[in-house]
Write a protein that binds this ligand. Structure first.
Ligand code: ATP
Length: 438
């Protein structure tokens, strides 16, 4: 048996389908063949700042062992042709098969770049030519980029899990009881994350689009997300579910240090700097910051729906030292290049001071000014002094990490409760009930 890595992407549109669902269709079919799965299906989120994504820039990869890779590829290709939105001209699907025990470094590096930058189809073509790769693309074939990037990310570092339940009938609101989500959230503790946003009571496990997903539960381990599913009360039938291993909730796209001298549109990453002037709040509540790093000034925007992040940004002062992560917005005629902020880590706060009139040592009363630079006099005993008093003002923020509220976080954002709970386990063979069609 040989190891096969099957990557796919760009099979959906705003009108329907979802690449995770199409992956489960392929799974259902190939599990009837003589194969053994090496890993859970991998759900890889790529650079969230590229403009041509449909929703969350997800790409998928199936890793398995088989004696007949050609048959596996044929099944996958036929499924793509039959179900992808490319058949309506609304997607640019890509499917790639790599047969290899190890993933070549060139493909791993390509995948990393797909997390941080915008890559060109020409770069992909070069790699395809120099490796034993089988591929199939539809439309512009842009989906091949994500397909290869999914193969190249083996989730060998911090990773999480997502259990996705798919609906039988693709219409109407998702039939998941809010109270059962709250109960599940309370019971599963740290094994799941971002089930609900208590700032606005928004349920985060149910999407709103025309895709076939009923609910998607994220967590630190596969048993945790499975247990969470059993706690949900559903008002609609589920057709199937699958557990994916993923880079969601890991901040993987922000591990790259931005070079402020060579910024490119749609890049993701982080930088350290000093607040250059008091942040300003513009119409709509958006906050604009200027940070200085190695003598370069970078404009940053913290948008209003981030709530907690926006409130923190407003309280920053000139001289504060911060680390900031996010994506580079494209330059336009009206706006310069700007960093859209996804997190702020305050490393150091400057001491803010206020100059006050001194207190008379004898009478304990506040002294009055006798004129500019002339000093102060006590009204009661007439004693004079030149010295004013400098008082420290308590800062309203503390050093530490600040994120947007959960409903404004990206799929890749590492939520607060995952810090210190990273998952580096390397045994990836699926166990328990990880995939079922009802
Ligand atoms: P969903 O999350 O619902 O699966 P999506 O948001 O993943 O949808 P796609 O329809 O897959 O969006 O479109 C994203 C497209 O961008 C794909 O064709 C993918 O190959 C391509 N792509 C992904 N990352 C990059 C990148 N870093 N540079 C260039 N192209 C990319």
């Amino acid at each position: 048996m040989i190891s096969v890595h099957l990557g796919l992407d760009d099979t959906d549109s705003n009108e329907g389908m979802c690449t995770t669902y199409l992956t489960t269709i392929i799974l259902q079919r190939i599990l009837k063949e003589k194969i053994s799965m090496i890993d859970y299906p991998n759900l890889i989120r790529l650079n969230p700042n590229i403009p041509w994504k449909t929703r969350g820039n997800a790409a998928l990869c199936l890793r398995l062992r088989t004696d007949n890779p050609n048959k596996i590829f044929k099944i996958a290709k036929n499924s793509l042709i039959k179900y992808s939105e490319s058949r309506k001209g609304k997607a640019n699907s890509g499917l790639i098969m790599l047969c290899s025990e190890q993933i070549p470094t060139e493909i791993k590096n390509f995948s990393k770049r797909c997390l941080y930058e915008s890559v060109k189809i020409s770069e992909l073509k070069k790699i395809i030519k120099s490796h034993q790769i089988e591929y199939f693309g539809q439309g512009t074939k842009r989906g091949l980029i994500g397909a290869l990037a999914a193969i190249g990310n083996t989730l060998s570092s911090d990773h999480t899990y997502e259990l996705i339940g798919y609906r039988k009938n693709n219409n109407g609101e998702r039939g998941v009881s809010l109270t059962s989500v709250i109960k599940m959230d309370n019971c599963t503790g740290l094994s799941t994350f971002n089930n609900i946003d208590y700032n606005n009571y928004r349920v985060l496990i149910t999407p709103h689009g025309k895709d076939p997903i009923c609910f998607a539960i994220r967590g630190n381990n596969s048993s945790g997300v499975y247990k969470a599913m059993t706690m949900l009360e559903l008002y609609e039938p589920i057709e199937r579910f699958a557990i994916f291993r993923t880079n969601q909730g890991t901040n993987e796209h922000l591990k790259n240090e931005l070079n402020l001298n060579q910024l490119k549109s749609f890049q993701s990453g982080y930088t350290n700097g000093i607040i250059n002037k008091k942040p300003i709040t513009k119409r709509g509540g958006h906050v604009f910051l200027e940070i200085k790093s190695k003598n370069i000034i970078m404009n940053c925007a913290v948008y209003s729906p981030s709530i907690t992040l926006k409130k923190t940004a407003r309280k920053l002062e000139k001289g504060d030292s911060i680390e900031i992560g996010g994506g580079i917005r494209k330059k336009s005629k009206k706006y310069n290049r700007i960093l859209n902020v996804e997190y702020i880590k305050i490393n150091n706060l400057v001491q803010k001071t206020k100059i006050k009139n001194p207190i008379c040592k004898k009478c304990k009363k506040t002294m009055k000014s006798i004129g500019q630079e002339k000093g102060f006099r006590c009204k009661k005993c007439s004693v004079k002094t030149k010295k004013s008093e400098i008082h420290a003002i308590k800062r309203e923020i503390k050093t530490g990490l600040y994120l947007p509220i959960p409903s404004s976080q990206r799929h890749l954002t590492k939520p607060n409760n995952r810090y210190g709970k990273e998952n580096y386990k390397t045994k990836n063979k699926p166990k328990g009930t990880w995939f079922k069609v009802f």
